[in-house]
Design a protein around this ligand. Structure first.
Ligand SMILES: [Zn+2]
Length: 576
């Protein structure tokens, strides 16, 4: 059981002089007459905040804070609205997702295969023959036909163009026959290591490619221009501000994405805290390449732009996806909830022994590692690897993470708890909105029994395991309100197998959920001294909401409306 955190109306304040040792000068800005959820260690709630020089100077009652105002102080009246720390997403593919959102065909709201085909047909006239058509976001769990998009669906509308439509998870996609021809994928083509060429009944490739098999096609797609890269990020920064998000981890970048972030930073356009992980690939050689890139950048705790851009570490994929049934699990995957996908326990995407050597390489170089691990088998392998390298070279504070950690075993949870305590490492970075946005496929694939162990947030809290939240955008929509809601409600989008196929025993309260997107997330970006709570001395990253998420009906949290966002004391978004 988790006791609900006390919501005391703690009416305290601290003068800037007390926290910084400098003489207090009047604040530049005061937010007053609100409900200020500070997300500090006592979960205190105040009324007003004083801000100076981009930092929080004081937090407290209206009377105490308004008494600090000087002649130049600007006052923003919150009219009883609720302020929280700017929200933090520990797993959002902002650069890649933004690029797709701006330039590719969007399929996340397509309701049928026919609609997917229609959107492809509509885009084709804008392309020259032979030019690639890219799209993404489809999800068979949301399509009326409840099946994959296939080459045979796409061929009639795209005879002269290669087409690649990525699934919302990014772990599989659909190619048309033109693209399959370019990739030289024919019936005798064997599955590559760590990948699956999906086949129809007579063994012909269906067009769907999973995990590393996708690269047979995606490696042929011309890379985006630097300008497109920047535009993609720019567009998403606006979305983030509209949703009260002021910090995130972009968990799979390469040099071109780093260069785009640097260009935006240099142009003064990066009004976010961005922490990036460099893709380490599947071999020791590729990991060494990534290490070289990491060593060429400022090393933690240093950053660029005073905490705006941080090179945080390396990213490795241990396994695949719960949607594609490629995640590495102990027991056969299910399909359609109760049927067995006999003989399929998924697979590692990297040779497990090579993985260990990759992690050791980074660990010994003092570099943080984030490993994607969805299945129980994969998660065990990852936490045991972390335990081993930490035992061999004890280091505190590298904060190696388990990305997704969808169905950790009891053993894995114990190892996480021990590693967090002993080494400040082994943190799960989880995405509650998986249960909602791709929850209908998940419920079918994980099956009745295993589903109850999905995202065991309440157990993690009870065992003292600190976890943080995220969207895995563009896998799910980027707004953190969906994650806050999903952590509490655990509902799927379509209720294909009932609204709560994962049960509610692992639901948490909104206080714990908010912590996962604020104070518990900040350390995973190595910014816990600067963000994650509204406390004197921290950056004035603040989101203001129409409703009070602590008192509104839990079912409504997904509709939480952001009315204003501040980044370092500057208003970067204001609703009309
Ligand atoms: Zn991801």
């Amino acid at each position: 059981m988790i006791a609900a955190r006390p919501v005391t109306l703690a009416l305290w304040y601290t003068l800037a002089a007390a926290s910084t040792g400098r003489a207090a000068s009047p604040p530049d800005l005061i937010l007053a007459h609100g409900t200020v959820i500070t997300a500090d260690s006592a979960d205190s709630v105040a009324q007003a905040v004083a801000i100076g020089d981009g930092r929080i100077l004081a937090v407290g009652t209206d009377a105490a804070i308004l008494a600090l105002q000087g002649a130049q102080t600007r006052i923003i009246d919150l009219h009883g609205r609720t302020a929280t720390p700017g929200l933090i997403d520990t797993h959002a593919h902002v650069a890649d997702g933004g690029l797709g959102e701006v330039y590719d065909v969007q399929l996340s709201d397509a309701a049928s295969v026919a609609e997917v085909v229609q959107r492809v047909r509509a885009r084709i006239p804008r392309l020259k023959p032979g030019e690639w058509l890219l799209g993404e976001g489809w999800d068979e769990g949301k399509l009326a036909e409840h099946r994959y998009v296939l080459a045979s669906d796409l061929d009639a509308v795209s005879p002269d163009n290669p087409v690649w439509l990525e699934h919302t998870t990014g772990h599989y996609g659909a190619a048309n026959s033109y693209a399959l021809r370019l990739a030289k994928i024919t019936p005798p083509t064997r599955d590559p290591q760590g990948g699956t060429i999906d086949r129809g009944p007579e063994g012909r490739p269906s067009g769907v490619l999973k995990e590393h098999a996708q690269e047979l096609v995606t490696n042929l797609i011309p890379p985006p221009s630097a300008e497109h890269r920047r535009n993609g990020i720019r567009t998403l920064l606006e979305t983030l501000h509209r949703e009260g998000i002021t910090a995130y981890k972009d968990p799979l970048i390469d040099q071109s994405i780093w260069d785009a972030y640097r260009a935006l930073l240099d142009a003064g356009e990066l009004a976010e805290h961005v922490c990036v992980l460099w893709g380490a690939g599947t071999t020791l050689a590729s990991a060494r390449e990534a290490l070289k890139s990491i060593e060429a950048q400022p090393r933690l705790p240093d950053s660029l732009g005073d905490g705006r851009l941080l090179s945080c570490g390396a990213k490795i994929f241990m396994d695949g996806s719960g949607a594609a049934r490629t995640a590495w699990v102990y027991q056969d995957w299910n399909k359609d909830r109760t049927r067995l996908d006999r003989g399929n326990t998924g697979y590692p995407l990297v040779d497990p022994q090579v993985y260990r050597r990759q992690v050791r390489l980074f660990h010994e170089a003092g570099v943080s590692v984030g490993t994607h691990a969805v299945g129980d088998h994969a998660i065990d392998w990852v936490v045991e690897t972390y335990a081993q390298v930490l035992k061999d070279k004890p280091t505190r504070g590298l904060r190696h993470s388990i990305i997704h950690a969808n169905i950790p075993t009891e053993h894995a949870i114990s190892v996480m708890a021990a590693l967090e305590r002993r080494y400040d490492a082994g943190y799960p970075e989880m995405q509650p909105p998986f249960m909602w946005w791709i929850g209908d496929i998940y419920a079918g694939n994980f099956g009745t029994v295993r589903s109850q162990r999905l995202e065991p947030l309440r157990t993690l809290e009870a065992r003292g395991v600190r976890w943080s939240g995220g969207s895995d955008y563009p896998v799910t929509p980027i707004a953190a309100r969906y994650g806050l809601w999903a952590a509490v409600e655990r509902q799927t989008l379509k209720a294909t197998y009932g609204a709560h196929p994962f049960g509610t025993a692992e639901s948490i309260d909104v206080h714990s959920a908010l912590r996962a997107y604020t104070s518990a997330a900040a350390p995973q970006l190595f910014l816990e001294k600067r963000i994650g709570s509204i406390e004197p001395g921290k950056d004035a990253d603040i989101a203001v909401w129409e409703q009070n998420l602590y008192t509104m009906p839990a079912a409504e949290i997904q509709h939480l409306r952001c009315v204003m966002t501040l980044f370092r004391g500057t208003v970067v978004y204001r609703a009309d």
